[in-house]
Design a binder for this molecule. Structure first.
Ligand SMILES: Cc1ncc(COP(=O)(O)O)c(C=O)c1O
Length: 387
């Protein structure tokens, strides 16, 4: 846990305008930012002691709602990250020759904070995101925050933006850690400086379908990742190339694209921002992670929950033909949750799956959401409570 309670309290007592959040000052796990980073002159009207921000929670989708604070930590190429701080949420000033702008040296993460019925604020397995960012940073030749630094930064960001966490049942605070090569570089080489940022936005359903079943499209032209590439890490460079495939699928009335492997064009990989599972009887399968798909935190959690529920669980190469005869198909991800798939269209053939009645995916999701929102007792140590 981070220290600094009394230091922070003293600092805030001396600097605090009437409406500065007194609860922030009581947060034990909070490191005092220097006065300059708080930019107090500009913030009183934006911040209040109210429990909730002024948001129409029933209209929340997956758009950006800027919140009050973001966490920022910097280091140079040959150093480790040392100390970060909360700043007001604001634009970044960045060199036009920054490594991230010119060569895409950047990684992102996504995790959520939920408000439990009893008022607790819960994070879900943030150390898994921290570990994945570390792995990705190694692949992209970047320094990365330690697991502890990452988790502490997420906690601080969530606590400082507490009033933006939706009421129970109305959504989550989506937390977006970013690691960027922000130093100037002209020739193709690692950036000389790096910035780690965490910002947050309240969100609800990712897909416009809401909780209705998704209709996926297998695009034969585009692949998402190939062996030896960086498909297994969450580099920002994996995402712009799928925009065209998604746009084309949406124009045709589909929800998203299901990608096949780049070598055989035969095995299922994943959807643009989520993993895929198929259910047949008591068997649940998902494509094995062999470097071309992102190993989702939700995927890993659902695999474990499914085993706990008595299903036969398999990570394997899944030929597209296995979709025929599958009972259910569903997608998993932090943003999407567990989303049932109603149909997958491949080579002008529409394959349909069960979406009504008692569904395996609903059963598993109910346990997952129960853990994430504190309704199900966490015997796995997956949730982190922010005090
Ligand atoms: C390509 C891709 N696959 C899968 C996932 C799901 O991962 P997670 O469950 O960790 O959110 C994501 C989202 O982060 C993603 O971008």
């Amino acid at each position: 846990m981070i220290q600094g309670g009394s230091r922070l309290r003293n600092l805030l007592q001396s600097l605090r305008p009437a409406s500065f959040p007194s609860k922030l000052a009581n947060y034990r796990g909070y490191t005092a930012p220097p006065a300059s980073s708080l930019q107090l002159a500009t913030q009183p009207s934006a911040y209040s002691d109210d429990k909730y921000a002024d948001v129409d929670w029933d209209k929340l989708g997956f758009g950006l709602t800027p919140t009050d604070y973001m966490y920022v930590m910097r280091c140079s190429k040959d150093e480790d990250f040392k100390e970060g701080r909360l700043n007001r949420y604001a634009n970044l000033e960045i060199s036009p020759s920054a490594g991230v702008l010119n060569y895409g040296q950047g990684i992102y993460e996504g995790t959520k904070a939920n408000r439990a019925e009893d008022g607790r604020i819960l994070l879900f397995r943030p150390e898994q995101n921290a570990t994945r960012m570390k792995r990705g940073a190694e692949r992209m030749l970047m320094p990365s925050p330690s697991i502890q630094q990452f988790v502490d930064a997420v906690k601080e960001t969530v606590y400082a933006n507490k009033r933006w966490i939706p009421p129970p049942g109305k959504g989550s605070l989506y937390v977006r850690p970013l690691l960027l090569g922000t130093g100037p570089i002209l020739g193709l080489a690692p950036s000389p400086e790096y910035t780690f940022i965490v910002y947050a936005s309240p969100v609800r359903n990712y897909f416009k379908e809401g909780t209705a079943p998704l209709n996926l499209y297998i695009d034969e032209e585009f692949v998402r990742a190939s062996p030896g590439g960086a498909g297994g890490v969450k580099t920002i460079t994996n995402y712009a190339p799928v925009l065209q495939a998604i746009a084309r699928a949406k124009e045709r009335g589909f929800s998203d694209v299901l990608y096949l492997d780049a070598v055989n064009r035969k095995y299922l990989e994943e959807v643009s921002s989520c993993n895929i599972f198929i259910v047949k009887g008591n068997h649940i399968s998902t494509p094995a992670a062999s470097g071309t798909i992102l190993e989702g935190v939700t995927r890993r959690s659902i695999l474990e929950i499914a085993r706990d529920h008595g299903y036969q669980v398999e990570e394997r190469a899944i030929p597209v033909d296995d979709l025929v005869g599958a009972d259910e198909v569903f997608c998993t991800g932090t943003a999407v949750g567990v989303a049932p798939v109603g149909s997958i269209t491949h080579q002008n053939r529409r394959i349909e799956f069960k979406t009504e009645g008692s569904l395996v995916c609903k059963e598993l999701y109910s346990t997952l959401v129960g853990l994430q929102t504190g309704r199900v007792e966490d015997k796995k140590g997956w949730t982190v409570v922010i005090h």
